[in-house]
Design a protein around this ligand. Structure first.
Ligand code: ATP
Ligand code: MG
Length: 253
């Protein structure tokens, strides 16, 4: 156990006639911040869903260290999920529960903790993220950035070895985006977990990532440290980095 290496081999996924993943290969390095970038609709979220077992690929392998997971049973995935956490864009907090109950929730579910034990641990996590004063509040009363922090506290409560973030900063103002970026860095430094971040944010990608993989045409067209992206002369990579409207990718949002 410990932060896993995830190795993806020849992953394919189609919806009807649309092939979204077309034999994709990728290595996610342990205890590193791994960014996945690419144009909108390019298949990043589909890739992430396959990686966490929320979607089954048509073909290919997903290795967590020495264990091949693609096509495995729900029970096998659930066992692995105890080691992972994912953060969806909206945080997916339960509005009917308080902040403290939201954060403690995984402990009740997975570890059958008592309410008092869960609350105590939840408070400790919230304190680390400067959110302890919101313990009794409802998520609906929080700002977008505060919700992110609460969602992160909940994601961290099971001490995951790998965390998945789908566009953690989309829709946040620059200051909040920076706070979330700092949280990603801090979490990695404190826990040594493997981090997988899907992002549209090029400056954040270049400053935060240890490794960057770019999805295009259903495959990874470039994978390496951020410097490799800056130096790349590939026209698709250049267009993505510079955000130019015209190029091989066509219109970018
Ligand atoms: N369950 C599904 N059924 C049918 N098509 C789907 C499904 N999920 C995704 N798709 C399609 O797969 C393609 C890739 O979608 P995906 O959400 O992975 O893109 P993305 O790279 O995450 O884009 P964005 O940056 O906008 O979030 C899109 O054309 C989308 O419509
Ligand atoms: Mg997406």
């Amino acid at each position: 156990m410990g932060a896993p290496t995830v190795t993806v081999k020849n992953l394919a996924k189609s919806f009807g006639r649309a092939q979204v993943l077309a034999g994709l290969d990728l290595v996610i390095e342990p205890s590193r911040i791994n960014f996945i970038i690419g144009q909108s609709g390019g298949g990043k979220s589909v890739l992430l869903k396959n990686l966490v077992g929320l979607m089954t690929p048509d073909q290919g392998e997903i290795w967590y260290d020495q264990e091949q997971m693609a096509g495995r049973s729900l029970a096998d995935w659930n066992r692995l999920r105890l080691r992972m956490a994912f953060l969806f864009q909206d945080g997916a907090l339960f509005d009917s529960l308080s902040v403290g109950e939201n954060v403690g929730f995984p402990l009740w579910i997975h570890q059958r903790a008592t309410q008092a034990q869960a609350a105590q641990k939840a408070l400790a996590r919230l304190r680390e993220l400067d959110m302890a004063p919101a313990f009794h509040h409802r998520p609906s009363d929080l700002s977008a950035g505060e919700k992110k922090r609460v969602a992160l506290a909940r994601a961290l409560i099971m001490e995951p070895e790998i965390l998945f973030f789908d566009e953690p900063t989309t829709g946040l103002d620059p200051l909040l985006s920076e706070q979330v970026d700092d949280l990603i860095k801090l979490t990695r430094a404190q826990t040594g977990a493997t981090m997988v971040v899907v992002s549209h944010d090029i400056p954040a990608t270049l400053s935060l990532a240890d490794r960057v993989a770019m999805v295009y045409g259903g495959r990874i067209i470039l994978s390496g440290p951020p410097e490799e992206f800056r130096r790349s002369s590939d026209p698709v990579v250049r267009q993505f980095l510079t955000g130019e409207a015209n190029g091989p990718m066509g219109f970018l949002d």
